[in-house]
Design a protein around this ligand. Structure first.
Ligand code: ACO
Length: 322
């Protein structure tokens, strides 16, 4: 039986021009390139300039995704932006992007699920498309974590970067096995204090800083991402060896390696950006996807597994046939 589902048709990304290396951080913080690389795999990160905002970066990435799919603003029904660093409490980042891109129809809203935000937004867009509420969706992750980091906290400051990534999704009624196969979301608020921001959101509120119990988050990440990977494959009757590409949230190379080992995937089948982007939270998966599609690694017919864990705790996975 043919059922409506969503195809991934367009991809985009934006990274601020300014690159900050580990060595540059080490001139100001008691840290070293060696420590950061060994614990996380991070060598550098892009950091927003005064002109970069969650909206401006999201709009740049979103426009690229529309261009890639060769669609016009009129073709966009829903805009969903995953962000935990919006420029304003409201209106949402999504409606600001809607205006920036000249989209005058449809609807937009933000999703807040920290580093799992893109999986949550993708899942929401897929549900809207499957139910017939939208024929298409622009799904964007956009983050300016540099504005919520404590510049004196070496344990968090070295881990994050800024950027935005986007996908454009379109409905299809053809049951040819392509598109989003399934998405799976989880959260457990009992762990909310392992990773949180201790104040109000907004660029002007310099008092809001990210706090993290890194070791505990790491422990949860390995266990919960492993079970998410099993869950998404079991739901589709697929095995580890069916996966062509792992496109994980890019928090830490050691977490990514752990999941890849479980899947028995060789490193060349894992898309890695954490070395150059650091952790861009909800932007990391669409940025990685954009890179690997554009450089020709991910091709039509490939089975792509995406997974993430973030503050909440929130976590989840999505499987797509390209
Ligand atoms: N440079 C040098 N030393 C440091 C630094 C640094 N930047 N940061 C911490 N240290 C020190 C600590 O003070 C500690 O010193 P001590 O032993 O004298 O007390 C030592 O290094 C070890 O610290 P740990 O926190 O135990 O180091 P760990 O091996 O756990 O690595 C890390 C820390 C990289 C943060 C790791 O725990 C991790 O990656 N956790 C997961 C983070 C994550 O996945 N976040 C994703 C979600 S993010 C989101 O949702 C927004």
């Amino acid at each position: 039986m043919k059922a409506r589902h969503s195809l991934l048709k367009g991809f985009g990304g934006y990274l601020p021009d300014r690159i900050v290396t580990n060595d540059e951080l080490a001139t100001r913080l008691e840290t070293s390139d060696e420590w950061i690389r060994a614990r996380t795999g991070i060598a550098q990160r892009h950091v927003a300039g005064p002109e970069d905002t969650a909206v401006s970066m999201a709009a740049r990435a979103g426009q690229q995704a529309l261009d890639y799919a060769r669609v016009s603003p009129d073709d966009v029904d829903a805009i969903i932006v995953a962000t935990s660093t919006p420029d304003q409490a409201f209106p949402s980042t999504a409606v600001r992007v809607q205006a920036e891109l000249g989209i005058t129809t449809g609807f937009g809203f933000d999703v807040a699920a920290a580093c799992s935000g893109f999986i949550y937004a993708l899942s929401t867009a897929d549900a809207l498309i499957r139910s017939g509420q939208a024929r298409s969706a622009l799904v964007i992750g956009s983050e300016v974590y540099s504005r919520i980091l404590d510049p004196d906290d070496r344990s968090t400051f070295v881990l994050f970067g800024d950027g935005a990534g986007a996908v454009f999704m379109q409905a299809t009624d053809d049951a040819d096995g392509q598109g989003i196969l399934s998405t799976h979301l989880h959260s457990d608020g009992r762990y909310g204090d392992l990773l949180y921001v201790d104040g109000a959101i907004g660029q002007s509120d310099k008092s809001a800083h990210l706090k993290m119990q890194g070791r505990d988050v790491f422990r949860h990440a390995v266990a919960k991402l492993s079970s998410s990977v099993d869950e998404v494959l079991a739901a589709n009757g697929l095995q580890y060896e069916d996966v062509s590409w792992l496109v994980p949230h890019q928090a830490n190379l050691r977490i990514i390696d752990g999941v890849a080992r479980k899947l028995r995937l060789p490193p060349e089948r894992v898309v890695i950006t954490v070395d150059r982007h650091a952790n861009t939270s909800a932007a990391s998966i669409p940025l990685a996807l954009n890179e690997a599609v554009r450089d020709g690694r991910i091709r039509t017919g490939d089975l792509v597994l995406m997974e993430a864990l973030g503050g909440g705790l929130t976590w989840g996975a999505a499987l797509a046939r390209m």
